[in-house]
Write a protein that binds this ligand. Structure first.
Ligand code: PMM
Length: 313
């Protein structure tokens, strides 16, 4: 249990959900600024590659969200639609039925929450529940009115690089220089948001590992992190359990470890990302990445800690 939960007198999700008492809502501005943040993943979906189907039921999803919260997640990313290559789109109402009750419960429990959605209607409905971050993996290929919503609401927004959609992204992973092209395409998207009235302080950039990227392109992007960070905006790295880690860890016979067996490699990516000073890492296993970023922070020493700011703060 984290200290805030202890002070509030709440406990881990061991009993009925009625035990959740209202605690002081934590905001982004309350989160640590001296280290990389750890975002816990909660997919309320039937088909996400790692945890699809595990938390589709609302009560189970809330319990898992609370588990992430009490295991020290700085924020929790709640998604209701899988974006894995080939995934069929779902309608925004189904998505909202999945995520809104979970977001509401997690906010009440004092968690900082982001909503992983490509739909403006879902983003807007989540924002009515409280201060949430909008995490949009569409690369603005989905709903063109997202910039207007983000400008109007002033919400923090994760702008991820992507090409095409779940059906087409794999065929669009063609680059001469993946780092340069991702930076150029993210810069163009950023300018679209700024032109709509979004403030630069609202934005977080994400290279979109695995979204229209091959495994080798993901590694190139990780090597190129300093170039992405040179744009001057906070950066989120989301490598957790992804296929390229499975490929890396395959045995001589080619057998890849199952998704949950990629958490050590994920934690290594978290430590290395933290050593570059990224704003956040998005992970399934919170504890190992929290330990990893704290280790990286201690290694770098207090003098090396870049001054971080949180979006919207
Ligand atoms: N990847 C997934 C889902 N949401 N959001 C951001 N910002 N960046 C990502 O790379 C990202 C994301 C797919 O992974 P999952 O199925 O494990 O959630």
């Amino acid at each position: 249990m984290d200290s805030m939960a202890a002070q509030a007198g709440t406990g881990p999700a061991t009993g009925p959900l009625t035990v959740i008492r209202k605690v002081r809502r934590r905001r982004l501005a309350d989160l640590p600024t001296d280290r990389t943040l750890v975002m816990g993943i909660l997919n309320v979906t039937h088909n996400s590659f790692s945890d699809g189907g595990d938390y589709l039921d609302t009560e189970t999803a809330i319990e898992q969200g609370l588990r992430l919260h009490y295991s020290g997640a700085d924020l929790i990313d709640v998604g209701g639609e899988s974006t894995r290559p080939g995934a069929e789109p779902i309608d925004p109402l189904t998505e909202q039925n999945r995520v809104l009750p979970v977001i509401e419960a997690l906010l009440k429990a004092g968690a900082v929450v982001s909503v992983d959605t490509m739909h403006t209607a879902t983003a807007e409905a989540a924002l009515k529940l409280g201060d949430v971050i909008i995490n949009d993996v569409s690369g603005l290929n989905h709903e063109p009115d997202m910039p207007e919503l983000i400008a109007r609401t002033g919400a923090p927004y994760i702008l991820m690089h992507n090409r095409g959609n779940a059906q087409t992204m794999d065929s669009l992973a063609v680059y001469d220089d993946v780092v340069e092209e991702v930076i150029q395409e993210l810069t163009r998207l950023k300018d679209t948001f700024l032109a709509a009235g979004v403030k630069p302080e609202q934005l977080i950039l994400d290279p979109g590992l695995g979204f229209a990227k091959s495994g080798e392109q993901n590694w190139e992007l990780l090597r190129g992190l300093p170039r992405l960070m040179a744009l001057g905006l906070p950066v989120l790295v989301a490598a957790s359990r992804k296929r390229f880690l499975g490929t890396l860890l395959a045995t001589d016979s080619g057998a890849e470890p199952v998704a949950t067996a990629r958490d050590h490699a994920t934690a290594a990516v978290s430590a290395l990302s933290a050593s570059h000073g990224v704003w956040g890492v998005r992970v399934h296993d919170v504890e190992s990445s929290l330990h990893a970023v704290k280790t990286a922070q201690a290694w770098a020493g207090p003098a090396a800690v870049p001054s971080r700011r949180h979006p919207g703060a």
